[in-house]
Design a protein around this ligand. Structure first.
Ligand code: DLZ
Length: 164
């Protein structure tokens, strides 16, 4: 059932909940697009592999990782039928403190959405020292963190459903 480009070997799909009725949103930052598109593809493929219907996957684009906070907030407000949202971004260490500010901002912002809102928001923001490290984790030799984020989204969607 797995499609090319998807590595779910770290997960036992039989232990995952039935995702065929879940609706999942993805908010994708354009900064370091080569990386975030790889993460998005990994997440999308894994969601589809786990049974999420194509028409139940919504994608929004935002400029940078800092805007993921607002994008995820508006998405959860606009689509209250969503079961989980995945925030996808990539921040690479530069020569200024901007890296720290963006990383702190997006981490705290996504954390706040999880505390304040009802829809789980999954953190799929790679924060790496080098571009190569990000390449390795977005479909490269260290797998794809987008895949892991998709699995987390399904697990949290199920938890939310059971907790009602
Ligand atoms: C400004 C900036 C910098 C320097 N680096 C990154 C980055 O590595 N990854 C990323 O997603 N965004 C970066 N940004 C843009 C900010 O996230 C944001 O889009 C701008 O500060 C505008 O609010």
């Amino acid at each position: 059932m797995a499609t090319a480009g998807t590595n779910l070997s770290a997960y036992d799909k039989n232990k995952l909940p039935d995702a065929s009725n879940f609706r999942i949103g993805l908010v994708v930052a354009a900064w370091n697009e080569e990386i975030t598109e790889g993460l998005w593809q990994g997440a999308f493929d894994a969601l589809r592999d786990c049974g999420v219907l194509k028409e139940n996957i919504v994608r929004w684009n935002v400029p940078g990782s800092f805007e993921l906070i607002y994008g995820c907030k508006k998405m959860t407000q606009s689509y209250d039928m969503l079961d989980a949202v995945i925030a996808i971004g990539n921040v690479i260490q530069g020569e200024t403190k901007h890296f720290d500010f963006v990383c702190d901002g997006v981490t705290q912002g996504i954390k706040d959405l999880n505390i304040q809102g009802d829809i789980p928001v999954i953190f799929c923001v790679l924060t790496d020292n080098t571009k190569q490290q990000s390449i390795d984790r977005s479909g490269g030799k260290h797998g794809n963190k987008g895949t892991e984020a998709a699995i987390a989204a399904i697990q949290m969607a199920q938890l939310r459903k059971e907790a009602r």
